[in-house]
Design a protein around this ligand. Structure first.
Ligand code: WT7
Length: 636
């Protein structure tokens, strides 16, 4: 039995037990046998969830780009590492081999160095899904610079906040990006953002859309001439196991985004090991994850996890609806994709369309399907299973988070029997716990509570950039000695987990994790808005959509409400991004508040969801009458 590759349920249980009984021995063996180390560790694990502090493989030295690229040159130099599939299906795909990837990443690393980037510096990457994005990420890893990828759908304000939070002095971007039939002027957005970021001295611009851009003398440089002139060999920076590898921002339930910091060794070991098993990847398989590299899914399961295994990973620039709703399946057929990993929101959107978009393509290469980002509802699960997997490719409903770095609860395809809407069993080494509100662990099966993790796994985020206290408060204070996920979950009669959704003020819209507080902050800047509250409500395709309750200032009551709604959404688009726009906006005379002044979001959520049968006791509210007034306005 190889601990590295789980092949049946019995093996899963055996390996799981081993990993829990003696985690250090278990992870040491995985680390030892499957990676290249420049120096061996002195200590496998030290941890304290109260400080909190977690260290894996302390004393070890390595470079993750060496593990993802150089290591494979002996055996896989001509194997395709990345298949780049462009937005436009008529533009040829690029098959980038491991040796080409090596050359491109090394050149990019030399370009970054020539611009003064050193180990530990932060590099902000604001690029569409083009090969330069992969090269830049891996080049940063190669020279020990900390990458901070910002999803290229974020607005200039959101970008500026993220650049400033980690004090990046260089931004890598492109002239523009293609998204289906649209093209977006990315460079313009960067220019706007940089008005707020005086410390940024260098902007590297990849050419993609050839739209007109303004280049600021001395600061902005086209990337291509620099990489063409660069040498394709750049020695790797030897990193300590716990040196930060990247920062990735995720929304919080309050205030500004949290820059989750991931470190090198543990992250590499865990993403590689989960990738191998959750997707049952075999040499020569073609694997495709449809996420954007701007999210953790793309970091861990388009780049690092697959490349650490010497896999072939597809990188798709476009969207599922362009040129028509068959695009995903056309790509599966074209590249003979074996493992396909997407989000429930995409599945729901495609399930609405005519089945002919699926049926015209040969999907027989598929062996494993994955789902991630939010709970997958039963209908979507069956559609995926019946029409894409043809009931033969198991669905891995993978639960995890930006903070966890890798997949935490998931079936192992071909080993764990799947069950619609259940993420099923903890991955090897993961020790979940369900807690009640008083802080007691709910033992046994058929219970429901808040999902915590009791023991560290190798890819847990180590801190929030520049704010360790917030890290402790957010994840380690609700339940003593445990990592709190922010999700609710239940456990069924056989011990399968089902994630029921967020229990905090984070709403997942189309798979995007959005904090309601920053959106409220954005709206409240509108001159006509006095106060606002935002909640999620169920939506057929997006999973959840956003509902805004807005109190207007007195003088604004004369204004046209539709215009106000449009202005509010434009403001949100500018401050955060179009993904955070509200589906419904109602103007209300007040918000239900507790005596201590806290908005009772529970009531607002129920009204928004048209579920007012059980509003609970509202008599303790400061202003109980407002509930009926709001109901009348919403019409429920
Ligand atoms: C939140 C984390 C992990 C990559 C994508 C999202 C929700 C994620 C599932 C799933 C139910 C899920 C949780 C989690 N979530 N996967 N399979 N079933 N819920 O990363 O943006 O950090 O969001 O996504 O609520 O806490 P993220």
């Amino acid at each position: 039995m190889s601990n590295y590759h789980i092949k049946n349920l019995e093996e899963y249980f055996q390996i799981y037990r081993k990993s829990v009984r003696n985690p250090e021995a278990f992870w040491e063996e995985i680390a030892e046998e499957h990676f290249q180390w420049r120096r061996r560790w002195d200590n496998v694990l030290s941890w304290d969830f109260e400080k909190p502090e977690v260290k894996w493989f302390e004393g070890a030295q390595l470079n993750i780009s060496e593990n993802c690229i150089d290591r494979h040159l002996y055996t896989r130099a001509n194997k395709t590492a990345i298949i780049f599939e462009p937005n436009n299906p008529d533009e040829p795909a690029q098959h980038i081999s491991y040796s080409q990837l090596h050359a491109e990443v090394n050149k990019m690393a030399n370009v970054l160095k020539s611009k003064g980037v050193k180990k530990g510096d932060r590099v902000c990457i604001y690029l569409p899904m083009i090969p330069e994005l992969a090269y830049t990420v891996l080049a940063c890893a190669r020279i020990g610079a900390i990458h901070s990828v910002v999803f290229a759908g974020f607005s200039s304000t959101a970008l500026a906040t993220r650049i400033n939070d980690c004090d990046a002095s260089i931004v890598v971007t492109s002239d523009g990006s293609y998204r289906g039939s649209k093209s977006i002027d990315l460079k313009k957005i960067v220019d706007q953002a940089l008005e707020e970021c005086p410390q940024v001295g260098t902007v590297l611009v990849a050419e993609r859309t050839k739209n007109e851009v303004v280049m600021t003398e001395g600061r902005d440089h086209w990337l291509a001439p620099l990489t063409e002139a660069a040498i394709d060999e750049c020695p790797v920076e030897i990193m300590d196991a716990e040196d930060p590898l990247f920062i990735l921002y995720t929304s919080g339930s309050t205030g500004k985004p949290k820059g989750m910091v991931h470190s090198s060794a543990g992250y590499m070991v865990y993403t590689a090991y989960t990738f191998k098993n959750v997707f049952q990847y075999r040499e020569n398989d073609v694997y495709w994850c449809t996420a954007d590299i701007g999210w953790i899914t793309g970091h861990s399961y388009i780049l690092y996890g697959p490349l650490a295994n010497g896999a072939t990973t597809v990188m798709f620039e476009g969207v599922p609806s362009y040129p028509d709703f068959g695009r995903f399946w056309q790509i599966v057929e074209k590249h003979k994709v074996n493992q396909f990993y997407t989000a429930p929101t995409a599945i729901r959107a495609l399930a609405k369309e005519d089945l002919k978009f699926v049926e015209q393509y040969d999907l027989s290469s598929l062996k494993v399907l994955g789902s991630v980002g939010e709970p997958i509802n039963e209908e979507a699960w069956h559609w995926y299973n019946n029409n894409i997997g043809k009931k033969e490719s198991p669905i891995a409903d993978t639960w995890w988070q930006t903070e966890t770095g890798g997949i935490m609860i998931t079936p192992i395809p071909y080993s764990t029997p799947t069950k619609p809407t259940f993420a099923t069993l903890p991955f090897i080494g993961v020790q979940p716990a369900l807690m009640d509100e008083s802080g007691q662990e709910l033992k046994g099966n058929q219970v429901e509570g808040r999902l915590c993790i009791k023991f560290p796994w190798p890819s847990i985020a180590r801190t929030i950039w520049g704010n360790h206290e917030r890290y402790r408060d957010t994840y380690f204070s609700a339940f003593k000695g445990m990592y709190f996920t922010g999700d609710g979950a239940s456990r069924d009669a056989v011990g399968y987990y089902r994630i029921t959704g967020r229990v905090d003020d984070v709403v997942i819209v189309s798979g995007h994790n959005l904090g309601t507080a920053p959106i409220e902050d954005a709206i409240n800047e509108h001159q006509s808005v006095a106060e606002s509250a935002i909640v999620g409500f169920p939506h057929d395709i997006k999973g959840n959509a956003l509902f805004g309750y807005v109190i207007l200032k007195d003088e604004a009551h004369e204004r046209n409400q539709d215009n106000l709604r449009a202005e509010i959404n434009r403001l949100i688009s500018d401050k955060i991004g179009p993904i955070a726009k509200l589906d419904k906006i109602v103007f209300v005379p007040g918000l239900p508040k507790t005596r201590s002044g806290k908005i009772m979001r529970r009531i607002l959520r129920k009204i928004a969801s048209n579920d007012v049968s059980n509003l609970g006791d509202v008599s303790t509210l400061l202003n109980p009458d407002v509930v009926d007034q709001i109901r009348k306005i919403v019409g429920v």
